[in-house]
Design a binder for this molecule. Structure first.
Ligand code: ATP
Length: 244
């Protein structure tokens, strides 16, 4: 493959055949990098992730123009489970772990596409990143918000993804836990080389781990650049970094 791992070219997304939400959005995620996608509520960040992972269909959304390429292949129009098989895993906003299963059962679910014998080894690998999860033997529904977020990330790792799409990993977490979760995101990228596209309201945190960032407004990219250049940008400072 030459070119970036993920390439989103000028896509348009429509919900319920009428509501135009993405209006010619383009972005790239190079292999091995963390890329941040920033923007106000309703800008279309979650929609972008769902367009990539194939999950738009479950919400009556459709990519009506443009294309999404992963490892050079066009993936828009492909079923969500096939996209997981190709190596893209989305960690959903609000975590969506299975509350009435244990941690270990949730982790095994993440490995549903795999037929190799290394699932047990990888559960241990996940526990090495999230030692607290090993101690929690009860149902996942009783985990704290931070632990549920960790479990959701752990479940993504079990799929051995090439690209993880993360939707608001800081949501609902205390500042201390946000730091911890972002520390782990950075570590996963460095140790395992996993490429991450990160949607975040917490722009400061996102830009502190990302190498590159895009800012979205009303379904389009209005600004992009290295994380360092965005941190220095006056508009980004005023609109996205002021409150944190
Ligand atoms: P947030 O941070 O609030 O999640 P966002 O940038 O992720 O914001 P999206 O969730 O992608 O934004 O929403 C973008 C627009 O699409 C909003 O106007 C929203 O109302 C609309 N939208 C999202 N999901 C649907 C849906 N299933 N059906 C119709 N419209 C939707």
């Amino acid at each position: 493959m030459t070119g970036p791992l993920l390439q989103v070219n000028n896509i348009e997304v429509v919900y319920n055949d009428v509501i135009l939400v993405l209006r010619g959005l383009s972005l790239e995620v190079p292999q091995g990098e963390i890329v941040a996608l920033l923007g106000a509520n309703g800008a279309g960040k979650s929609t972008t992730l769902k367009a990539i992972s194939g999950l738009l269909r479950t919400e009556e959304g459709e990519v009506t123009r443009g294309e999404i390429r992963f490892l050079g292949d066009r993936i828009n129009g492909i079923e969500a489970h096939d996209i997981v098989r190709r190596g893209i895993f989305q960690v959903m906003e609000g975590r969506r772990i299975v509350a009435d299963m244990t941690c270990q059962e949730n982790l095994r679910l993440g490995a549903f596409t795999r037929s190799d014998g290394a699932v047990k080894r990888d559960i241990d690998m996940v526990y090495s990143y999230f030692p607290r999860l090993r101690e929690r033997t009860g149902l996942a529904g009783y985990l704290s918000g931070g632990e549920q977020q960790m479990l959701a990330i752990g479940r993504a790792l079990m799929a051995q993804p090439k690209l993880i799409l993360m939707d608001e990993p800081s949501m609902g977490l205390s500042p201390l836990l946000v730091k911890e979760v972002f520390g782990i995101i950075r570590k996963l990228n460095r140790d395992l080389g996993i490429t991450i596209l990160l949607v975040e309201q917490n722009a400061r945190m996102a830009l502190s781990v990302a190498s590159y960032g895009y800012v979205m407004e009303q379904g389009k990219v209005v600004l992009d650049g290295t994380a360092a250049s965005l941190m220095d940008n006056e508009d980004v400072k005023e609109f996205y970094l002021g409150g944190h």
